[in-house]
Design a protein around this ligand. Structure first.
Ligand SMILES: O=P(O)(O)O[C@@H]1C[C@H](O)[C@@H](CO)O1
Ligand code: URA
Length: 313
């Protein structure tokens, strides 16, 4: 299926100026070859424009199985020809990440935490650059812990914040702390929220997402191998987070937002909550319920993609 050229408002438009992706690295121009090591892809070994030039939507999430399931789901949703069993892992030469392409949709796993997603984002953004992609929307489809909201709620992030509730991401470069903005695309979040309101089966809120560097102590859990705080201190911290507008906690949103923002890529974070952290720390929900929860961000983003491609009105 040939991709349709749509402008930001999702309308076909010949005069539309395509938003350009900017890699911010002058050294790249003088490199004879760029090996995307963790993807097992490279500019000399692969024809990246041919393989990826038509990509318009990049969806990322922690687990390889989830992102394969999403690729198969999108294949069906877009009505693409062929069998979903034929959708293979483009990165099968490495076991670091998994990548699947279905029409204009690229589905990539990023593992857990900031270091893992950050490596993936460097290589993915260079991949889009080498392939000559433009006008690409990026989505993180994740899971999270809810703060004062019911399990199964989908949170569309308006601001990704750090564990001090600041909308920033700190990167240490050459021994210096560099602070980057975690601004996400407000129009994209608004559009997703509008579509969510058309899907009554999808409980959705817009709120701040707090990104931590740990699942246990870093998220105020009492059930890790280490814990040095009381239940009251945990609840006080979660209450402060809630009052600051935080509605969920995960582990990748700030670097995802910061890197996309720096490279002029429109990005959104859509995570389902697996539990309400005021009610506990352990994720004891049955597996099949968790599987259904994980499908929810996928349903919303699939709806968005189909709207953008003009497959539904
Ligand atoms: O995309 P996923 O569901 O992997 O994101 C969250 C944040 C951590 O990576 C992980 C912790 O369970 O889930
Ligand atoms: O509580 C949770 C659940 C999923 N992912 C997280 O990072 N935290």
């Amino acid at each position: 299926m040939a991709p349709i050229l749509l402008n930001c408002a999702g309308k076909e438009d010949e005069d539309y100026i395509k938003p350009q992706l900017h890699v911010k690295n002058p050294h790249l121009d003088s490199m004879e070859e760029d090996i995307l090591y963790h993807f097992s892809l490279g500019t000399k070994t692969h024809n990246l424009p041919e393989m990826f030039g038509d990509v318009k939507f990049v969806c990322v999430g922690g687990s390889g199985n989830r992102m394969r399931a999403f690729a198969k789901f999108m294949h069906q949703e877009l009505g693409l020809p062929g069998n979903t069993d034929e959708i293979t892992d483009i990165c099968e030469g490495t076991d670091r990440y998994s990548m699947y392409k279905v029409g204009p949709v690229l589905s990539i796993s990023h593992g857990m935490g900031v270091p893992s997603i950050s490596i993936m984002l460097h290589e993915m953004i260079k991949l889009l650059h080498h392939a000559g992609c433009h006008d690409v929307n990026l989505f993180r489809l994740g899971t999270s812990g809810g703060v004062g909201i019911s399990p199964g709620t989908v949170v569309i992030t308006d601001k990704a914040v750090d564990c001090f509730f600041r909308p920033q991401f700190e990167q240490v470069i050459l021994g210096k702390v560099i602070i980057r903005s975690t601004e996400l695309d407000a129009d994209l979040a608004e559009e997703l929220s509008q579509y969510a309101s058309e899907m009554p089966e999808l409980p959705t809120v817009i709120g701040k997402t707090m990104c931590t560097s740990d699942f246990y102590e870093g998220q105020g859990r009492l059930d890790g191998a280490l814990c040095s705080f009381s239940t009251e201190e945990k609840v006080e911290y979660l209450r402060k987070a809630y009052n600051a507008g935080v509605r969920n906690i995960e582990m990748e949103s700030t670097v995802f937002a910061a890197m996309c923002h720096m490279c002029n890529l429109k990005a959104a974070v859509v995570c389902v909550t697996l539990l309400n952290r005021f009610d506990g720390d352990q994720i004891s929900t049955p597996h099949e319920v968790l599987t259904e929860y994980q499908q929810r961000p996928q349903n919303l983003v699939a709806h968005f993609i189909k709207k953008r491609l003009g497959l539904i009105v």
